[in-house]
Ligand binder design. Structure first.
Ligand code: FEH
Ligand code: ZN
Ligand code: ZN
Length: 346
């Protein structure tokens, strides 16, 4: 079968012929229908030797949906023929966190030579994917695979970030989303579908504000000198109850702090390398809370799939045949992909 393999650090991922895997024990073979391309894939491909704990070679692809086609003799919880999305952050499988479907916070994460499917383990940019256990699968029924695949990372990460702020987002509250890209536009939709908050969006691109508007934001603004004042006014005067920062640079963190009201909560999702200084007294609002969410849990992925099946959330996608993966990667690098790039085996 064809697979997009990472064979050497610093070299492009290459389409390669490999053996189709055969499931043993609890393993499940999934025929891939769609695999999303994420910015993290670029960081993995560009990784300096030793920067990531992964062993080479492996197949890329951590946003995967398809059909379970063959089961190992001990596989439980899935039937052959069932359509599924893959829960991507694979942990050790033995700790309390993994047992609860919270592999994203596996207690042994720092000791594993992988972060999940397609991240140090063979992933879904291939015709077939071998999944170690059905505990990594969530049924999608008739949801299109090009929707389901990106929901397993872009959707789940946004959902998990919002879930961590939910107690701050009751009636009359204000949420601010900074950065309305692949994750941010889903965060706006998830806030709209699952909270009563007023939703304000900020970006540096006009087309991102149009996407925020289509996604259900109440108001969107470009970053300007008076953005903090504008957002504060739009919140009703007091400031934001919660800010979700999908960029995470010094500039966006500073904006977030300047618009949070006392007792407000900040979720930093973007890995933009910005820094916040904690000092008391200092500039952080009294009662300030900070969250650094990573990916999401398996039960949350089932909730995300439920929202998509009900029509409450929808990912903007651009399809590429798997054979055009190098072109899709180039387009993503140049910022030329609209929404999420999704590879479909051809
Ligand atoms: C995966 C592994 C490491 C960093 C970031 C990621 C994300 O793409 C998953 O949300
Ligand atoms: Zn990702
Ligand atoms: Zn674990």
């Amino acid at each position: 079968m064809r697979a997009l393999r990472l064979t050497a650090w610093g070299e492009p991922a290459t389409p390669t012929e490999v053996e189709r895997p055969v499931p043993h024990g609890t393993e499940v073979l999934v025929r891939v229908e769609a695999a999303g391309l994420c910015h993290s894939d670029l960081h993995v491909i560009d990784g300096a030797p030793g920067a990531l704990p992964y062993r080479l070679p492996f197949t890329l692809g951590h946003e995967v949906a398809g059909r379970a086609t063959a089961l190992g003799p001990d596989a439980e919880g899935v039937t052959a023929g069932q359509r599924v999305v893959v829960y991507g952050p694979w942990g050790c499988g033995a700790c309390d966190r993994c047992a609860a479907g919270r592999d994203n916070y596996c207690d042994r994460r720092d000791t594993l030579p992988w972060h999940g499917v397609g991240l140090g383990r063979d992933g879904g940019m291939a015709e077939y994917l071998l999944v170690p256990s059905a505990r990594h699968l969530v049924p999608i029924d008739d949801l299109p695979a090009v929707q389901a695949a990106p929901l397993s990372d872009a959707g789940l990460t946004s959902y998990h970030a919002v879930a961590g702020l939910r107690d701050a987002l009751g009636e009359g509250s204000t949420a601010v989303v900074i950065g309305v890209g692949g994750l941010g536009h889903l965060a706006v939709q998830i806030l709209r579908a699952t909270t009563a908050s007023r939703i304000l969006a900020v970006d540096v691109r006009e087309d991102a504000l149009a996407l925020a508007d289509r996604s259900g934001a109440d108001f969107g603004t470009l970053v300007r000198a008076d953005t903090a004042r504008v957002l504060r006014t739009r919140s009703g005067g007091a400031g934001a109850d919660a800010v979700l920062d999908f960029v995470g640079t010094d500039r966006t963190l500073e904006l977030a702090i300047s618009i949070l009201r006392p007792g407000g909560v900040l979720a930093v999702v973007g890995s933009g390398g910005g820094r916040l200084t904690v000092a008391k007294p200092g500039v952080l609002p009294p009662g300030f809370r900070l969250s650094l969410p990573f990916w999401g849990t398996r039960p949350e992925l089932a909730e995300v799939i439920g929202l998509a099946r009900s029509g409450a959330i929808r990912v903007e996608t651009e399809r590429f045949p798997l054979s055009a993966a190098p072109e899709a990667i180039g387009r993503l690098r140049r910022g030329q992909v609209r929404g999420r790039a999704v590879l479909v085996p051809d």
